[in-house]
Design a protein around this ligand. Structure first.
Ligand code: GTP
Length: 355
């Protein structure tokens, strides 16, 4: 089966991490995020993937070439971002399958343990135009929701509302009949969620929902990105692309963790990163060459390449861009972000309950 992987977004919610690296290429549990998706797609029977690229397009081919994780790869780039629907239409030029064949479409920022083969089977049994993976969430008011009838057919695509009619949401993985992709207008900015799916439903096309609530996470926000990395390291979600056994921490080549430092909770310690004695690092992502000085505490945070947490600094839910330096004694909490290359002088930011 062929697939299209949508990877052209700017990843604005993950700035400043995405200033230099597109979201799908951010190191996650020791490898590029997409490596987990490619390996999983291969395990689910995908043989060829067309990348729909736009933002920093050249970096994808440089990272994966023409074959990786058992899958053949092709690249189609947009001059201007065409949105999710426009990108699918544009990338379909590079598909080789027949008009009735199923094509898997994957958002490039989703970690999912759902059964893709079962989704494809439902699609074929129902002879559907499109079959969407739907997942159930505890608080559907934060998302648009997708009701289905008792045959599993999608009845509507509803915008966010305080009183959603179902807890089923679009999980960002679709099976399209190849010919259904041709109903998307060419060379136009189109959103599948806002335009393509509602218009297919309105036209009477069969749009099915494969409802499955296995592990699912959209890693689009800093909190979710850290959680995804942590879940992979701990083995909550298994991935064939993990470069080590699951455990409390994943330590990459050349990294140094001083005896007496506490490093756990699914932390990744990147290549040549350093954690000094007396430091505590929990559930965090340290990219290559990051440095946590003596006595610093880092929790649920990301340190970009070469970023540094100084002596006794406290980082909780913080994001340091590449090369950012947090001087000794600072306290950064509540999702504070430090831009690449910025240096915070000692004790410049201290958290108090009122601040
Ligand atoms: P934010 O800016 O933080 O919302 O992230 P994003 O740019 O990734 O947008 P979003 O999470 O809505 O995108 C869902 C998926 O579609 C991601 O895998 C994006 O890379 C991809 N995507 C979004 N817009 C485009 C586009 O215009 N072209 C292509 N090729 N992919 C896109």
């Amino acid at each position: 089966m062929e697939a299209i992987l949508l990877v052209g977004g700017q990843g604005t919610r993950l700035r400043p991490l995405t200033v230099s690296t597109p979201k799908p290429l951010l190191p996650t549990a020791g490898v590029a995020f997409l490596a987990h998706q490619l390996a999983r797609a291969h395990a689910e029977g995908v043989t060829r993937i067309v990348f729909a690229t736009s933002y920093r397009a050249e970096m994808f081919e440089a990272a994966f070439g023409t074959h990786a994780h058992g899958v053949d790869l092709a690249y189609v780039s947009e001059d201007e971002p065409l949105g999710t629907g426009g990108a699918i239409r544009n990338a379909a030029r590079a598909l080789t399958c027949g008009p009735d064949d199923p094509v898997l479409i994957l958002n490039g920022d989703i970690l999912s343990g759902h059964d893709v083969r079962a989704q494809v089977k439902l699609h074929e049994q129902a002879d559907a135009a499109v079959t969407l993976h739907l997942t159930r969430v505890d608080d559907p008011s934060r998302f648009g929701c997708v009701p289905t009838d008792d045959q599993g057919r999608v009845t509507a695509f509803l915008e966010k509302t305080p009183h959603p009619v179902t807890n089923q949401i679009n999980a960002g993985c679709y099976v399209f009949r190849r010919s259904a992709i041709d109903t998307i207008p060419e060379d136009e900015v189109v959103s599948v969620e806002r335009e393509t799916f509602p218009s297919l439903i309105a036209s009477g096309a069969v749009v099915m929902g494969h409802v499955e609530s296995e592990y699912w996470l959209d890693v689009g926000t800093p909190e979710a990105f850290v959680q995804g990395s942590r879940d992979l390291v701990l083995g909550t979600l298994s991935s064939p692309a993990m470069p080590g056994a699951p455990g409390e921490r994943l330590t990459l080549a050349g990294a140094s963790v001083a005896p007496g430092a506490v490093v756990r909770g699914g932390t990744t310690v990147g290549r040549n990163a350093v954690i000094e004695a007396g430091a505590t690092v929990i559930g965090s992502v340290l990219l290559d060459d990051a440095h946590v000085a003596e006595g610093a505490t880092v929790r649920d945070s990301v340190l970009g390449r070469g970023a540094r947490a100084g002596h006794g600094a406290v980082l909780e839910g913080a994001i340091l861009g590449d090369g950012a330096i947090v001087g000794p004694g600072n306290e950064l909490r509540h999702g504070l972000r430090v831009w690449p290359g910025i240096e915070l002088p000692p004790t410049a930011i201290r958290f108090t309950p009122d601040s």
